[in-house]
Design a protein around this ligand. Structure first.
Ligand code: SF4
Length: 321
């Protein structure tokens, strides 16, 4: 039966073999980032809600973890902001109680780290991965198009406070967009904020998939190295593949559902899907062909070739078919 909340395991660039857990409806987020690979936010909110019962998510997880599969991470992520879900704390506590051998990561934009309830719920997680791109409110609004109540200085203060209470690892993602957050002034501000937050690791990331806004471009390796040098911080890495080049995490059972679940959350090329599923290129192409004929999947051109997706705003994409 298709999973509603669990996707993968997928081979993540940052986390290795990662089992994704999605707590929120598609593109419900406090930001509407220009670089978002899932398209534009449909519900922009900062109010935490009971989107789905925690028990429903936990039951799906148990169905997979009962066989104790090898995983590098169980990752709360998906197509929006997971800390908006009031089920967050219950799901984290349940995983750490029943499956302590797994590393539990939370991908967050960090905007709700100003809230005491969110911080408390995150404390048992092994790794929290927030995003910071700028210290300037103007640049923050340009890149993230955030909920109008959000202020970048308050968010950075929330991250600093979180560091003082949280004993797990903080991996700070800095998403680099040439021309937007790469000036000397931007980088000096970022350096100061990062030193205050004091994360265990800084991961420099850049565009890898088609963005919500076509003006966003990817940083080159040279630009990323320059940013790393200016930040001048030990424990800064440029995001590259952590994943092995091939893997067959699920066997071939459920491959169509895995491809569906992946494409709902992130557009992918055939090559991406080969690495995610462990299937051959021919097998992936065959499944994509069936899904395209059934009009479940669209394809369009991006910087790395033809991408496949489910649920994107088709008018803004250059469709292949
Ligand atoms: S990139 Fe993350 S934070 Fe930004 S809009 Fe997409 S889901 Fe939200």
């Amino acid at each position: 039966m298709p999973q509603k909340h669990i996707f993968g395991p997928v081979l993540s660039r940052r986390l290795g073999l990662s089992l994704g857990v999605d707590l929120i409806p598609f593109k419900t987020c406090s930001y509407d980032c220009a670089y978002c690979e899932c398209g534009h936010t449909t519900v922009k909110d900062i109010t935490r809600q009971d989107f789905f019962p925690a028990e429903e998510v936990i039951a799906e997880l148990q169905g997979i973890l009962v066989s104790r599969p090898h995983l590098d991470s169980i990752t709360l992520a998906g197509s929006g902001e997971p800390t908006l879900a009031r089920s967050l704390g219950v799901v984290i506590a349940s995983v750490k109680r029943d499956y302590p051998e797994y590393t539990l990561s939370v991908l967050t934009n960090g905007s709700l780290l100003t809230r005491n309830d969110v911080v408390k719920e995150l404390l048992p997680a092994d790794r929290v991965i927030p995003t910071l791109t700028t210290v300037s409110q103007q640049t923050f609004e340009r890149i993230h198009n955030p909920h109008p109540s959000l202020n970048i200085e308050e968010i950075i203060s929330g991250m600093v406070q979180f560091r003082s209470r949280y004993k797990g690892a903080i991996w700070l993602e800095v998403f680099v967009i040439p021309g937007l957050n790469t000036s000397d002034k931007e980088l000096a501000g970022l350096k100061e904020a990062i030193d205050r937050i004091n994360p265990d690791l800084v991961q420099l990331n850049t565009l890898d998939r088609p963005p919500a806004e076509s003006w966003v471009t990817a940083a080159t390796e040279t630009e990323l190295k320059r940013v790393a040098q200016v930040l001048g911080r030990a424990g800064t890495e440029i995001t590259r593949d952590r994943a092995p080049k091939s893997s067959d995490p699920l066997g071939k059972t459920g491959a169509t559902d895995l491809i569906r679940a992946t494409l709902c959350r992130r557009p992918s090329t055939v090559e991406d899907l080969v690495r995610t599923t462990g299937l051959s290129g021919g097998e992936v192409a065959k499944i994509l062909g069936i899904l395209e004929r059934g009009e479940e999947v669209i394809s369009y051109r991006g910087t790395r070739g033809v991408f496949y997706a489910i649920g994107l705003d088709l008018d803004k994409k250059e469709r292949v078919k």
